[in-house]
Ligand binder design. Sequence first.
Ligand code: HEC
Length: 97
Amino acid sequence: MKKFLFIATASISLFACTPKTAEITEKVEPSFPNEDVAMGDKLYVENCGKCHGLKTVTDYTPEQWKKIVPNMAAKAKIDSDAENKILQFVLWKTENK
Ligand code: HEC
C-alpha cells in the first residue's frame, strides 16, 4: 500500500511539472536572439527540406542567401512573412556559426 502511494504521488508531481517545461521550450530557444529568428528556424525545417535535404545554412554566404531565399520561397509557395523570417534566420546563423 505504501509503495502504491509513493508511485501515485510521484506521477502526480511529474504531471504537474510537465506543462511548465513544455511552455518554456516551445516559446523561444534561448540561443535565438528574437522570436522572428526562432520562427524562421522552425519554418526553415518545415518548408525547406521537402524537395532536397535541408541545406546546411553555413555552406552559403549572406549574399548568396539573399538571392536563394526569395527564389526558394517561390518554389516552396510560402508567404512573404515566412520568407522574411527564414531570411532573418539564415542570416543570423551565417553570422553566428
Ligand atoms: C518545390 C521544391 C523546393 C522547395 C520547397 C525548396 N527548394 Fe531549394 N532547391 C530546389 C531545387 C530544384 C534546387 C536546385 C537543385 C539542388 O541544388 O538541389 C534547390 C536548391 C537549393 C539551394 C542550393 C542553391 C545553390 O545555388 O546552390 C539552397 C541553398 C536551397 N535550395 C534552399 C532552400 C530553402 C531555404 C528552401 C525553403 C524556403 C527551399 N530550398 C525549398 C527545390 C526546392
